[in-house]
Write a protein that binds this ligand. Structure first.
Ligand SMILES: NC(=O)c1ccc[n+]([C@@H]2O[C@H](COP(=O)([O-])OP(=O)(O)OC[C@H]3O[C@@H](n4cnc5c(N)ncnc54)[C@H](OP(=O)(O)O)[C@@H]3O)[C@@H](O)[C@H]2O)c1
Length: 301
């Protein structure tokens, strides 16, 4: 990549940011499409977000992605919100046009594109149980309810957050039945029994010593189990799903498609989906090898 005075800049703000795979994915996409653009990771401390956003506007960035912990705070700093971002209550992509900032959210649509692509299933009339009520859960739940899902059940460790999501969904969607499942073993077992699809939208499962989210032997072969975690190709939940003969889908496809939608917003061009997926797969594989090397290297001398 050759950077010149004409190169257009996009990036991602988060804290921390060094583990983000988005630069790999977007720079591969710019290279494949021949666009003179560069995507840079930008570590922004929460207390500096206002100044950082002002700087991005002044420096002529075309847009940027937003990740943890800034997805809510950014909403008050943009000039306008897309209907999706307003409904979900979080922004993951900002477009800068003639100095004005528009906040979007591509997570929900990204998830559903990946779900359809990887399972070949429609969501019409389907019942989903979502574990989690944070930003990702909100995006997936709204998209599911808006695009024809029949039932959305929300189970979250903090019951107030689950109740708030259910209240917001009920205000927006009328044709989908939405309710809270208490975060207890009995209720999760009942939720799995009623669900066609189970989605993990919590951060539980990223570390090998994380506890299981579901009790053993509750999943059945007819279930589709999605784990939004993408930092590792396998998680305990997906292992449980495979052992039960259920379909198991990880978060990589969602990451690709939410990124592809952002690419379209910034460039107006068709995203090279396969190039983006391959760049991410290589990034994740490299990380898994590094982690194994660390695990096998024993105590530091
Ligand atoms: N594949 C993709 O493209 C994509 C995109 C976005 C996010 N994600 C993934 O989705 C997950 C959630 O991200 P987010 O942005 O929604 O984060 P978030 O807004 O911080 O929400 C975190 C969620 O995890 C729950 N949680 C955290 N620790 C828990 C524990 N020990 N036990 C039970 N629940 C726990 C939280 O419950 P409380 O409300 O009780 O704290 C909350 O529901 C992460 O793994 C992230 O990597 C994937």
């Amino acid at each position: 990549m050759t950077i010149t005075g004409r190169t257009k800049l996009v990036g991602i703000i988060g804290y921390p940011i060094r583990h983000s795979l988005s630069p790999l994915m977007h720079n591969a996409a710019f290279e494949a499409t021949g666009l003179d653009c560069c995507y840079v990771p930008l570590e922004v401390e929460p207390r500096r977000i206002r100044s950082a956003v002002t700087a991005l506007r002044l420096l002529g960035f075309c847009g940027f992605n937003v990740t943890i912990p800034h997805k809510l705070r950014i909403m008050a700093l943009v000039d306008r919100l897309s209907p999706e971002a307003r409904m979900i209550g979080a922004v993951n992509t900002v477009e800068i046009r003639r100095g004005r900032m528009i906040g979007h959210n591509t997570d929900g649509r990204g998830f559903l594109r990946a779900f359809r692509e990887e399972t070949g299933e429609s969501i019409a009339g389907k019942r989903v149980m979502i574990l989690g009520a944070g930003g990702a859960a909100r995006a997936v739940a709204f998209q599911w309810a808006l695009e024809g899902g029949a039932v959305v059940m929300i189970a979250n460790r903090s019951s107030a957050r689950a109740a708030a999501l259910v209240r917001d969904l009920r205000r927006t969607v009328v044709l989908c039945s939405v309710f809270v499942l208490p975060w207890t073993e009995a209720s999760l077992i009942e939720g799995v029994r009623q669900a066609d699809i189970i989605i993990n939208a919590t951060s539980v499962g990223m570390r090998p010593d994380d506890p299981p989210l579901l009790p053993p032997n509750v999943l059945q072969p007819h279930h589709i189990v999605c784990d939004l975690i993408y930092k590792s190709s396998v998680t305990l939940l997906l292992d449980q799903a495979k052992a039960a003969g259920a379909k198991a889908v990880n978060g990589l496809g969602m990451l690709v498609h939410q990124g592809a939608l952002a690419f379209e917003i910034w460039t107006g061009r068709r995203p090279p989906i396969n190039v983006m997926r391959e760049a991410l797969q290589q990034g994740i594989a490299g990380r898994e090898v590094n982690q194994q090397e660390i695990d096998n290297s024993g105590p530091i001398q």
